[in-house]
Design a protein around this ligand. Structure first.
Ligand code: SF4
Length: 727
């Protein structure tokens, strides 16, 4: 423990890992973070998990990028470098900022001039601030000239957002996690909250202790099961069968809230007719849950005074992810479990700012605040607001952009140049061999990051950026809370604030912006500032422009208010609006104010097991590591706790396959293979295996399938066919 007397300063911020949004304080001594403590924030009340408390010394890692890099003329793009990470000097040379930025923007300009705006694309990041997300999507839309901009929301909850926008008119949660305290029943599906949203899980456990019934529906029996009233370990991919069986019980046993349905929902008759073919008895062998248990859970959910649904990527990362969420919306709507404390729909957002980055327009079909780019009125408004002409065609999504990078030369929409800010698609995309070759095939790739990530190894220009403790900005958590983090450290070496880098690229692409950085100890190039037609005097001004672009949703959340209060929940329509944690109290923001119910039928996973590949791979995260591991694997405590890639499987499978815990297994799919240590986990269903995707030396996504949900365009990370053998 480092006591207050031993630190030079303490600076308030927000945890940079998951979407729970725990408020923290960085304690700094000799310009290094020496400890982190939890603050009394609305999402955490002083609590932190192991990542928030100990995952901070990545900031001081010797691996930090401290100077711009340019690929050597004699260094071909080699996808093997994503795994081997050779001496960087063999691949890159150091450059000045002017040289790197001129090259980065100059080649983008040349590609655009020769092949048109759609030859360029940009990936932003849910790890950055709202202001960075806003400015980056504005750069792509107004500078590149297309809507080819996306980020990792496409890989986590895109199908949830698609179903929620369709059904209830809003892609965000209806109630905060803390509402589990008011719930009589907590339905958790496709989520492992103790690993992925650990502090949120503590509220769920507290609720169970005071008598709330937790229902855990997940193919894997995870830690939260110890607190559950009922556990439904349904067969992987059988979500729709199970949800329709629950709806069948509710519709046929008179458990619907008829007044609620009459006043607040459309299309109930079609939904009720559709679920007639899904009796619990018929679905039991398909989903693997006994009919009696399905009936018991349906009755308990429908008759609870208040019941909330929380879900994770086990629901969304399927080719039928949107249908899964349609089923959850139907469950809540048919029973009137919406619009009150302790009820509602809560997709547990993954990254710390995936909610905010999506709100800010970092998605290819929407301007900020989910205004469709092909909606004439919204399009005209943004053309007027930004003072330029804009593309009115939705852009390509993450996986589509990878396909377009490998499209034939004759394809007029072939993607040839990209800027990637803070994302690591060479680890996070499905079917990595394909994704890495797509990145390597680009004529020009600019990567802006804090480390030489697997993606950066394929770049032409690498721009050293700032880590979260090195900047001031806002992030929006899974509860729709906009929260302010303050800068605690100066970026190392020549690394710069991301807002400054975006502005410099914009300048060189002819946009004439300037960013006078008042929050970092860097000074701007005054020459460029004087020439600019649009100057942002620091992060607060970027925030203010974003606030105006958000059409009222955060109108009452001014920068000054955030400095005063630290956290405000939207919608927040005016200065005296305290924020609205619970929404849909009188209706939903669809065209007629009613929930649009959508029946769903069973669509099987894209790649079913067969004789050659007889097992099912489920990928995901683990408690100690975050996503592709770029930060947490460089955090010494976290890396010591979980230093190596593992594959988890049931004891029956270990015996059947001749494997032992601690031994090494080879896992192969039709797309790749990895070798990794075996871990016995009897919570993993027999016939399935679980691999976290944080480890480059055994990248789980070498195995995964790039098949997409047709609505959310999200890949099926939670299901593909593999075979396993001793290595
Ligand atoms: Fe950070 Fe999430 Fe852990 Fe909170 S629960 S400390 S936000 S990783």
């Amino acid at each position: 423990h480092i006591g207050p007397q031993k630190v030079d300063r303490s600076v308030d911020s927000v945890c940079p890992f998951c979407g729970v949004g725990c408020q923290i304080t960085y304690h700094v001594r000799d310009e290094q973070i020496v400890s982190v403590s939890g603050r009394n924030g609305p999402a955490n009340a002083g609590r932190l998990c192991v990542k928030g408390r100990f995952g901070f010394d990545y900031v001081a890692s010797p691996d930090r990028l401290t100077v711009p890099l340019i690929r050597r003329a004699d260094a071909p793009k080699d996808v093997a470098h994503c795994e081997t990470h050779p001496d960087w000097r063999r691949v890159f040379r150091e450059a000045t900022w002017d040289e790197a930025l001129d090259l980065a923007a100059g080649r983008l300009n040349a590609l655009k001039a020769r092949h048109g705006p759609k030859s360029l694309a940009g990936f932003g990041s849910a790890k950055g601030s709202n202001e960075e997300a806003y400015l980056f999507q504005k750069l792509v839309r107004t500078g590149f000239g297309s809507n080819n901009v996306d980020h990792c929301t496409r890989l986590c909850h895109a199908s949830s957002v698609a179903a929620l926008l369709e059904g209830v008119g809003s892609g965000a949660v209806s109630n905060p996690v803390s509402d589990v305290a008011h719930a009589e029943l907590i339905f958790i599906i496709g989520s492992n909250p103790t690993a992925n949203h650990p502090v949120a899980a503590t509220w769920m456990k507290n609720a169970a202790q005071r008598g709330a019934k937790i229902v855990l529906a997940d193919p894997r029996i995870t830690d939260i099961a110890r607190h559950a009233w009922r556990v439904l370990p349904f067969k992987p991919g059988a979500d729709v069968a199970m949800l329709n069986a629950l709806l069948h019980v509710i519709v046929n046993e008179g458990l619907c809230d008829e007044a609620f349905i009459r006043d607040r929902a459309d299309n109930f008759a079609a939904l009720a007719a559709n679920v007639q073919g899904y009796s619990p008895e018929a679905m039991a062998p398909i989903c693997g849950i006994a009919a009696d248990t399905l009936r018991e859970v349906a009755r308990a959910y429908a008759t609870a005074r208040s019941a909330i649904i929380l879900w994770g990527m086990g629901v969304s990362q399927h080719v039928h992810g949107t249908d899964n969420v349609r089923g959850l919306i139907a469950l809540a709507t048919c029973t009137g479990q919406i619009g009150r404390p302790g009820t509602g729909l809560h997709p547990l957002r993954g990254q710390n700012n995936v909610q905010g980055a999506s709100d800010a327009g970092l998605i290819p079909m929407m301007f900020p605040n989910y205004q469709r780019v092909d909606n004439g009125a919204a399009h005209a408004w943004f053309e007027d607001f930004w003072g330029t002409t804009l593309d009115d065609e939705p852009g390509y999504t993450v996986v589509e952009i990878m396909h377009k990078a490998l499209a034939p030369e004759s394809d007029p929409h072939k993607v040839r140049g990209m800027v990637i800010m803070g994302e690591n698609p060479a680890m996070s995309d499905p079917d990595l061999n394909h994704a890495r070759h797509a990145l390597a095939s680009l004529r020009h790739l600019v990567v802006q990051d804090i480390f030489l990530t697997e993606t950066a190894w394929l770049a032409d220009v690498v721009l050293p950026a700032s880590a979260w403790p090195e900047k001031t900005g806002t992030v929006s958590n899974t509860d729709r809370m906009v929260q302010l983090g303050q800068q605690a450290l100066t970026p190392p070496g020549e690394a710069r604030a991301d807002l400054w880098i975006i502005q410099q690229l914009a300048q060189r692409m002819g946009l004439g912006w300037s960013y006078e950085n008042d929050s970092c100890s860097r000074t701007l190039d005054k020459r460029q500032s004087q020439n600019s037609s649009e100057t942002y005097h620091g992060v607060a001004q970027v925030y203010d422009e974003m606030r105006r672009a958000m059409h009222g949703a955060i109108a009452g959340i001014t920068w000054e208010r955030l400095q005063r209060e630290g956290s405000v929940t939207y919608p927040c329509l005016s200065a005296d609006d305290p924020g609205q944690p619970v929404v849909f109290t009188d209706g939903v923001p669809t065209k007629n104010g009613k929930v649009q119910l959508v029946p769903a039928d069973i669509i099987p996973p894209d790649e079913l097991p067969d004789a050659d590949y007889p097992m099912v791979l489920i990928t995901g995260r683990q408690l100690e590591h975050w996503h592709t591991g770029a930060m947490t694997r460089r955090a010494s405590v976290l890396d010591a706790l979980e230093p190596a890639p593992t594959v988890s499987m049931h004891g029956h499978d270990l015996a059947r396959l001749g494997l032992q815990a601690g031994g090494t297994a080879r896992v192969q799919s039709r797309r790749g293979e990895v070798e990794l240590m075996v871990r016995r986990d009897d919570g993993t269903p027999p016939g399935s295996i679980f691999i976290p995707f944080a480890y480059r030396e055994a990248a789980a996504n070498l195995l995964t399938n790039a098949a997409l949900d047709p609505f959310g365009k999200i890949p099926e990370f939670k299901y593909c066919a593999v075979r396993v053998a001793p290595a």
